[in-house]
Design a protein around this ligand. Structure first.
Ligand code: HEC
Length: 126
């Protein structure tokens, strides 16, 4: 016999396991946290550096260039939530993979790190 859960219950369980998006407060808290930035940097070095460069600012060869995260224009045009979604889902049709499997804590840490690369640190979630 198989155990079947009503869809609503399954959805709640998913949310409980981090299936939902973080709140604005959680995003802002991560961006403001030196610990989150430090953890994000370690993750970035490990998983992202080969494409995004050692300072999150360099370009690699290829049709679609990764953006320069240290550029003022990039920082100002991307809210923490936009960065979160880009990291979680990747960019279909480009070399950028989705990183959902890292889990929510790691995604928030990566957002915190990337949002600390530019000249402006005080950006709030939208
Ligand atoms: C295999 C190469 C590759 C790896 C590995 C990679 N990226 Fe990317 N990334 C790209 C490319 C190429 C783009 C530009 C995609 C486009 O043109 O939209 C991109 C785009 C992005 C963007 C969207 C930028 C924007 O325009 O808003 C974010 C954020 C990002 N990457 C973060 C990360 C993080 C964090 C990691 C590691 C966990 C990572 N990337 C790993 C290649 C990569």
């Amino acid at each position: 016999m198989t155990l079947r859960l009503p869809v609503g219950v399954a959805g709640l369980l998913l949310l409980g396991c981090g299936g939902g998006e973080p709140t604005d407060a959680a995003l802002n808290e991560a961006v403001a946290s030196a610990e989150a930035r430090a953890r994000g940097r370690v993750l970035f070095e490990d998983r992202c550096r080969q494409c995004h460069g050692p300072n999150a600012a360099e370009r690699t060869k290829g049709a679609r260039q990764p953006p320069d995260f240290s550029a003022t224009a990039w920082q100002h045009s991307r809210t923490p939530r936009m960065v979160y979604r880009a990291v979680r889902d990747g960019r279909p049709g480009t070399a950028m993979p989705g990183w959902k499997s890292l889990g929510d804590r790691a995604l928030l840490d990566l957002v915190a790190y990337l949002k600390s690369r530019g000249p402006a640190h005080s950006v709030t979630a939208k």
